[in-house]
Write a protein that binds this ligand. Structure first.
Ligand SMILES: C[S@@+](CC[C@H](N)C(=O)[O-])C[C@H]1O[C@@H](n2cnc3c(N)ncnc32)[C@H](O)[C@@H]1O
Length: 288
């Protein structure tokens, strides 16, 4: 029986993603980076600082999910009398509806106008829209596109001169990207494409001749609950690690055993009776 990709079940994806973020320190560390480091990066680029004065900051959010990172980015840009207009490319309706209702319910984001398009970044870019943006973010999304290099180039072309693109993506030491690249072909009838890691993306950006800087965010995923097959939370985390809907229930014992062996590899470690997976992220900041 072939397994169903998690991306084909929006509700399960949303649940698994939430549980993954709960069991890891990825979100809090990315938040810290956006709050503490992004303003510094912006202010070290005079061409980017220039548009901080424009009345309406134009943002493109690629795969915003629940919008948790977007809201922090709004805080960085939307100050004083500035408004923010964000186009959100998010095919998962469950997540984007939650994002929209959160923004509506929070007075502090009255300066934000969201235009949510329920489509993939590929279909948006294929429309060849001439719209330009001051800031584009693509945070943990490039695993889901067929050709990450083409998306980076297309997004770069949508930047205003002086505009900035933030990419956050699995570093070479990231366990989930390793699982995808190692086991994807065994899990699915139509195997996913190899996803480059952050260092490989950095080389690509370098070879394209773009001006960029990079950083790293070290994070970990607590996989302890994954060791208990009766744990619903553990099973949701397995779904996010493998990107298979209801992986524990539906995968063969052989493939489950092989993937669980990742906990004994260099991508995982044990500490205080718990099992952790490295989910370090590369940060790339490209300036046009
Ligand atoms: C791991 S989540 C990251 C969400 C958000 N950026 C964050 O970091 O909190 C990846 C998101 O990308 C979205 N996605 C998947 N394929 C996509 C595509 N081809 N174009 C745009 N977004 C996509 C998914 O629906 C999901 O919400």
């Amino acid at each position: 029986m072939s397994l169903v990709p998690l991306t084909e079940n929006e509700h399960r994806f949303a649940e698994a993603f939430k549980q993954f973020r709960k069991a890891s320190d990825q979100e809090s560390l990315m938040k810290q980076w956006i709050v503490d480091d992004l303003p510094k990066v912006i202010h070290s680029n005079p061409s980017t600082v220039k548009f901080m004065d424009t009345n309406v900051i134009q943002i493109l959010g690629i795969g915003s999910g629940f919008g948790n990172m977007d809201m922090l980015i709004f805080d960085v840009f939307g100050n004083n009398n500035q408004k923010v207009n964000e186009i959100v490319l998010e095919p998962n309706k469950v997540e984007v509806e939650k994002f929209k209702s959160t923004i509506k319910s929070l007075d502090q984001y009255r300066f934000v106008n969201l235009e949510c398009l329920p489509e993939t970044v590929e279909s948006y870019m294929a429309r060849n829209t001439s719209r330009k943006f001051h800031f584009i973010h693509c945070i943990h999304v490039l695993y889901y596109v067929k050709n990450p290099a083409a998306i980076i180039e297309a997004a770069y072309n949508c930047l205003e001169e002086g505009g900035m693109m933030l990419i956050i993506h699995a570093a070479a030491s990231h366990g989930i990207n390793h699982v995808k690249n190692t086991f994807g072909a065994k899990l699915f009838a139509s195997p996913p494409k190899y996803t480059p890691n952050g260092s490989q993306l950095e080389k690509l950006v370098h070879d394209l001749g773009y001006k960029y800087s990079s950083d790293i965010i070290n994070a970990k995923l607590d996989m302890t609950e994954c060791q208990n097959p009766a744990s619903q939370n553990g099973n949701l985390i397995w779904d996010f690690i493998t990107h298979v809907a209801s992986f524990t229930e539906n995968a063969s014992p052989e493939i489950k055993g092989a993937i669980n062996d990742v906990t004994k590899s260099e991508f995982c470690y044990r500490n205080g009776g718990k099992v952790f997976m490295n989910i370090d992220s590369s940060v790339l900041i490209i300036v046009k």
